[in-house]
Design a binder for this molecule. Structure first.
Ligand SMILES: CC(=O)[C@@H](O)[C@H](O)COP(=O)(O)O
Ligand SMILES: NCC(=O)COP(=O)(O)O
Length: 252
């Protein structure tokens, strides 16, 4: 090991393949195949593959999750709502990670984090059932001390901080949101949690988030799928990973 090389992973990229499936489902075709996208993303530098099996199955279908699980070389991060159907399904698949997320049928995309405080007992039961199967559980929450503390109290070892509001704002509002995320990261790490982040991150807003030293992993999907239209899927993954790693190394 050289003194110039930091030890351990720099920062992980979880590539979210949901919107490859959105495109497929728009025409009811078999293409583009999210499984192929996942395997190519791994070859292009993804450290994991994230996919969200929504209750309305608007993008990822049960069959996608079932087909992908045995083929992944990295790890699957399955996003799921806190419903008995989803928890039972995840327990059958046994991905390395399950990220529990809030869901509204009418939302265009995930609005805000899971209310762990307000749904403590239901989230605790879901976490316990998943952990009994050896699954590492992450909670997708806002960078809010009460939500982070509730996660630690439940015993989930990972949080993913929702970066949607950071992504949707600019100027002073975005700067304030960034500070909130930084404080959340520090608080989470102080509570012994692995801290990930994601939602709405793209090629020109990811830098400030990737520079936060204690964030372990970013999950990014929509922007990579969109950029792939112009540069190709593997290049889009490579570019995002390169930006994240260069930013993190530059921030050290
Ligand atoms: C929970 C989350 O942030 C991701 O699943 C992402 O939102 C992509 O899926 P949707 O666009 O369906 O919300
Ligand atoms: N959990 C966030 C995620 O997986 C990707 O969200 P997005 O980049 O598609 O907004």
């Amino acid at each position: 090991m050289s003194f110039l090389q930091p030890s351990g992973p720099v920062i992980d990229l979880g590539v979210n393949i949901d919107h490859v499936a959105t495109l497929r489902n728009a025409r009811g075709t078999a293409y583009p195949d999210p499984i192929r996208a996942a395997l190519l993303a791994e070859q292009a530098g993804a450290d994991g593959i994230t996919l969200h099996l929504r209750e309305d199955r608007r993008h990822i279908k049960d069959a996608d999750v079932i087909a992908l699980a045995p083929q992944l070389l990295t790890r699957m991060n399955l996003e799921a709502a806190v419903t008995q159907e989803m928890i039972d399904f995840a327990c059958r698949i046994k991905p390395v990670d399950v990220c529990l997320v809030p869901e509204k049928r009418t939302e265009v995309t995930t609005e805000g984090g899971l209310d762990v405080v307000g749904n403590f007992k239901a989230v605790q039961a879901a976490v316990r059932q998943l952990q009994a199967e050896g699954i590492r559980v992450s909670l997708f929450i806002d960078a809010d001390e009460e939500q982070i503390a509730a996660t630690a109290e439940i015993g989930a070892p990972v949080i993913e901080l929702h970066t949607g509001r950071y992504a949707d704002t600019e100027g002073a509002a975005q700067a304030a949101e960034l500070e909130r995320i930084k404080a959340g990261v520090l608080y989470g790490v102080g509570r012994g949690l692995k801290v990930n982040a994601g939602h709405g991150l793209h090629y020109t807003n990811v830098q400030a988030i990737a520079a936060i030293p204690d964030i372990a992993e970013l999950n990014i999907g929509h922007a990579i799928v969109a950029h792939a239209v112009f540069v190709g899927w593997e290049n889009a993954v490579r570019e995002m990973k390169a930006i994240m790693v260069a930013t993190r190394l530059g921030a050290r």
